[in-house]
Design a protein around this ligand. Structure first.
Ligand code: ADP
Length: 395
């Protein structure tokens, strides 16, 4: 039996997983998810030997994290028969002010993570439920929590504070930043590809359904567009990004919207979906000839350009821009829009390289280099879990 790390990313209606073999290097053996939890659960997975698998699950059996995990383990046993699970790595969205690196989960840590549920009500309770299910299924294996916030814990006060009365900061009402596992992975890849710029001033744009940007100096986060929650900054698939808080006060006071209605508006009805009135999916918007789809894409791109200027100012200049995430890795149109007429910042795109999704998409003459790097959060979780849970490899 070969030792593996199982990674779990438990969300509101899905559990994503990967199984990574621990050898000289880490090798992903299988990735997939159980989606439609609480409705019509379905397993979708891809194994390195067995190819893709897709099947409906019994709604009774897979209606909660325990049932979904049982289905995942059933799939893995059939697919990777020679694998033993040596450690489990959990993606946890919020580590609050205290958790600044991956941590071995014991009863005390689990209680601390559960206490953070109100800080990320749409994610954290599911992350915690996933941990409970995994602890029940693997009572002996070390379980490691890997945080989306931890990468950003080194910010200066001015990049973490809101200009509210001082006591709020001490009470935890401050910027945290998210997508840290992705930034960590991509930054490490940049050190391999182009160490000379990775040591400098870098902005990474993680553009997926959720989207944010991060300014890094020497591979460390110094500022991020996401703040207290995953709502701030860029427009996203269904979230508006930056919004005047006066709009929310108006909607509450003059239009009688309550907290659940506002939450639904901000998390589910806005962003690309709200602006286009069509879809949150960039592929569908790019394929559409509806003017609202074009305006939604234009808004998405415009906010990235504004944040790029802001983050470059926070860094005191720019040496490299990196795109990642489903949109960042695949949409030549969005990348071209972001880099258009950015020569004032030193970015000169190479249209042919960009259209071909090349690794480096800036021209040879460009002072700032631009890259596309495929993120792999599962692999980074596996690396962190192997290091923190089994003492193997670098942290
Ligand atoms: P999540 O935040 O859910 O992990 P992803 O990183 O998978 O999201 O990104 C999903 C987004 O990527 C969707 O808007 C999807 O349309 C977009 N996307 C994926 N492939 C392409 C493509 N070829 N062209 C444009 N957009 C794409």
């Amino acid at each position: 039996m070969k030792p593996h790390v199982l990674t779990l990313n438990a969300g509101s209606s899905s559990i994503k997983f990967s199984l990574v073999e621990l050898g000289e290097t880490l090798v992903t053996r299988a990735v997939g998810e159980v989606e439609g939890l609480g409705g019509r659960p379905r397993l979708r997975a891809r194994g390195d030997e067995t190819g893709t698998a897709e099947r409906d699950l019994d709604p009774e059996e897979a209606r909660d994290p325990d049932g979904a995990l049982a289905a995942i383990l059933g799939y893995l046993r059939a697919t990777c028969a020679n694998a033993s699970v040596a450690a489990i790595g959990h993606r946890v969205v919020h580590g609050g002010s205290d958790f600044d690196q991956p941590i071995l989960i014991d009863d005390q840590v689990l209680a601390a993570l559960a206490k953070l549920e109100p800080w990320a009500p749409l994610h954290q309770p599911h992350n915690v439920a996933g941990i409970r299910a995994a602890r029940a299924a693997f009572p002996e294996a070390p379980q490691i929590a890997c945080f989306d916030t931890a990468f950003h814990r080194g910010h200066k006060f001015v990049d973490d504070a809101f200009a509210l009365p001082r006591h709020f900061f001490a009470e935890g009402i401050r910027r945290y930043g998210f997508h840290g596992i992705s930034y960590d992975f991509v930054s490490r890849r940049l050190f391999e590809i182009a160490p000379e710029v990775a040591f400098g001033r870098v902005v990474i744009a993680h553009l997926g359904n959720g989207a944010s940007m991060c300014a890094l100096r020497g591979g460390k986060s110094v500022a991020s567009t996401m703040g207290f929650s995953t709502l701030d900054g860029l427009a996203m698939g269904t979230r508006p990004g930056q919004i005047d808080p006066g709009v929310l006060l108006y909607l509450m006071q003059a239009r009688g919207m309550d907290a659940p209605a506002l939450s639904d508006l901000l998390y589910n009805q806005s962003g690309l979906k709200g602006l286009s009135g069509l879809s949150n999916d960039m592929r569908e918007l790019e394929a559409s000839d509806d003017s609202r789809a074009h305006e939604a894409i234009a808004y998405f791109v415009h906010r990235i350009r504004r944040e790029l200027g802001s983050l470059a100012a926070a860094l005191g200049g720019l040496d490299a821009l990196v795109f990642c995430g489903g949109i960042g890795e695949n949409s030549a149109r969005v990348r071209a829009g972001v880099m258009r007429e950015m020569d004032w910042l030193g970015i000169e795109a190479d249209a042919a390289r960009n259209a071909a999704h090349a690794g480096c998409i800036s021209s040879d003459a460009s002072r700032v280099r631009a890259y596309v790097i495929a993120t792999n959060e599962e692999l980074r979780i596996a690396e962190m879990t192997a290091a923190a849970g089994l003492g193997r490899g670098p942290r």
